[in-house]
Design a protein around this ligand. Structure first.
Ligand code: NDP
Ligand code: TDO
Length: 304
């Protein structure tokens, strides 16, 4: 497959580069300055159309959850207007589009995992703009799968695993919220899932394979559980570790409100695409070990 992806230097596309190359696919990853999602729509469409992909993956986003509260116009441009132009390009090319979205489209009041048919009600600007982006993309093109994922981490970029390992390098204890629950998801597992869904969309015109899907790591955790697992894996690889002090959301005030439960029910993706991401614990261990004891490198060299 010849894949064009937006979000060239983000966690998901960096992971996709690794997995796509291993599977023999060609990946053309676009990023700023040649593709600015907050810029001119015609330029976005031209950049994608000229790359002549078999499939488009829309992974770029304004992902700074707290900063989005004070930059709503920019977040909207990147998460709604930009993806609309990306979808328009896929429509003109008549190729499938895979668009990534988030668990933060939900308000967190449901006591059990969210299904695709549950109503959205985002608590903050990031979630609102991602939800509006889903709707805009679905209106612009028929051949679309929206993949909502959650709590993404990887050996690359900025994420909770790397933050915890950095904090543990100079603290004995880290306070972490224990009353927000979700599905930690490795970007490397997302990359594998995206390749499988892309293959299915190219192989089948079945309309049930289009629309919204949840694609997150198997099993759920609180952020405090996630931090504990990160430190356990790091300790076992002789990396930095710290005690986790479970705290409440009110003890860690942030500009954006996060959902207290954003667990995603991923059975629809399994049923229609045969895709089920691995359990979050094993994937977390794999990523932590890559960070603290990378093969052939000095321990800890990738943490900072
Ligand atoms: N990270 C997470 O925890 C989660 C992410 N998601 C979704 O998954 C997708 C991928 O996330 P992830 O890889 O983690 O994201 P990252 O934050 O790692 O990367 C985001 C990418 O978007 C790019 N970007 C931001 N603004 C623009 C712009 N104006 N024009 C072009 N590119 C831009 C960034 O470019 P630059 O490097 O130039 O800043 C970066 O490459 C996103 O759609 C996100 O909403 C869903 C759930 C959880
Ligand atoms: C750094 C830190 C965070 N926290 C809390 C704050 C918050 O409730 C939770 C996670 O914090 P972060 O700011 O790292 O993560 P956050 O930016 O909320 O992560 C979200 O990013 C977007 C892009 C998504 O789409 C979501 O799925 C989700 O992954 O952990 C602590 O309790 N202690 C700490 O030391």
């Amino acid at each position: 497959m010849r894949i064009v992806a937006t979000g060239r230097d983000g966690q998901v596309v960096t992971s996709l580069r690794e997995r796509a190359e291993a599977a023999g696919h060609e990946l053309i990853a676009l990023g700023r300055p040649e593709l600015d999602l907050a810029g001119n729509s015609a330029a976005i469409i031209r950049a994608i159309v000229e790359a002549r992909p078999d499939v488009v993956i829309s992974a770029a986003a304004y992902t700074a959850v707290d900063k989005a509260e004070s930059e709503p116009a920019l977040a909207r441009a990147v998460n709604v207007q930009g993806p609309t132009a990306v979808a328009e390009a896929a429509r003109l090319l008549d190729v499938p589009l895979l668009h990534l979205s988030t668990d933060y489209v939900f308000d967190g009041t449901k006591p059990s995992p969210y299904c695709e048919s549950d109503p959205t009600n985002p608590a903050g600007v990031y979630g609102q703009t991602k939800r509006d982006g889903e709707e805009a993309v679905l209106s612009a093109h028929d051949n679309v799968a929206i993949l909502r994922t959650a709590w993404v981490y990887s050996p690359f970029g900025s994420n909770f695993v790397r933050t915890m390992l950095r904090l543990a390098a100079d603290r004995e204890e880290v306070g972490v919220v224990a009353d927000q629950f979700g599905n930690p998801t490795s970007a490397l597992d997302i990359a594998d899932g995206l390749l499988a869904v892309a293959h299915n969309l190219r192989a089948s015109a079945n309309p049930a394979m289009r629309g919204i899907f949840h694609m997150a790591g198997c099993g759920s955790a609180s952020w405090a559980d996630f931090a504990t697992a990160i430190f356990e894996a790091s300790a076992s690889a002789r990396g930095p570790t710290a005690r986790v002090r479970p705290i409440e959301t009110k003890d860690y005030p942030t500009p954006a409100r996060r959902p207290s439960n954003s667990q995603l029910d991923c059975t629809k993706l399994d049923r229609l695409h045969g895709v089920r991401l691995p359990d979050w614990r094993g994937s977390t261990e794999g990523v932590v070990i890559r960070l603290v004891a990378p093969a052939g490198q000095t321990q800890g060299s990738l943490i900072r």
